[in-house]
Design a protein around this ligand. Structure first.
Ligand code: URA
Ligand code: SF4
Length: 218
């Protein structure tokens, strides 16, 4: 049997603002992922944002730079946000899991992204919850299944539920807002030609819906 992972709870300061949370998260050992990663990659952006974007976990570039969505996925995300008319500087951007999980390629030793286990998503959830409770946005946008399931539970299906607006309430917090899921930018990057253009257009459509949803919540 694997030992039970303690989860991040013990590291999360009560009622902390984002800076305090970010500082505390630097030393989190709530699951095993801190061991191999370079650093905790905490959320970044406007603390008063009305929209929070949640990705999966930092990638290779993010792990080295310490910033979410700083690599190839981030560039695609920026392109999609721009097409949807959303200013990234007015958002808060974070991930469901705050440490990079990877395996070494057999040849060359490149660090290859590995999907976080449900147990790691659950272990890291207290940070995401605390971020959302500090920001109290009007809308949370989940990019991909990991983020969506972290917030809505493991039965959530991005394939059939993307682009729909749901209510999000997080037990033990004051978070009460709208929720919308779409695909992860890396799912678009993986495609080529017309498939890619179509996937990008659908991502942009979902982001436009997100923008309309916060406008309506004014
Ligand atoms: N993919 C993510 O989900 N988050 C990042 O920060 C980078 C890549
Ligand atoms: Fe803590 Fe999350 Fe990193 Fe695990 S992934 S050590 S829970 S910050």
């Amino acid at each position: 049997m694997t030992p039970r992972q303690p989860g991040a709870e013990a590291w999360v300061p009560e009622g902390g603002d984002i800076d305090r949370l970010r500082e505390a998260a630097r030393t989190c050992e709530g699951c095993e992922l801190y061991r191999e990663a370079t650093q905790t990659v905490f959320g970044e952006g406007d603390e008063h944002a009305r929209v929070v974007l949640v990705g999966e976990q930092p990638g290779d570039v993010e792990d080295r730079e310490g910033e979410p969505f700083a690599g190839p996925s981030g560039r695609l995300l920026d392109q999609a946000l721009e097409e949807a008319g959303i200013d990234r500087s007015r958002l808060y951007v974070t991930n469901a899991v705050k440490h990079f999980k990877f395996e070494r390629a057999e040849r060359g030793g490149r660090r290859l992204h590995k999907k976080p286990a449900r147990s790691e998503v659950v272990a890291c959830h207290p940070w995401l919850r605390a971020e959302l409770d500090a920001i109290r946005p009007a809308l949370v946008v989940a990019l991909g299944a990991t983020a969506a399931q972290s917030l809505m539970g493991p039965a959530f299906r991005v394939s059939t539920q993307r682009g729909e607006v749901y209510d999000l309430e997080l037990e033990g917090t004051e978070v009460q807002c709208a929720f919308l899921a779409t695909v992860h930018p890396s799912a678009v990057i993986r495609l080529h030609g017309d498939d890619r253009a179509e996937a990008l257009a659908r991502l942009v459509d979902d982001l436009r819906k997100a923008a309309e949803t916060v406008e309506a919540a004014h």
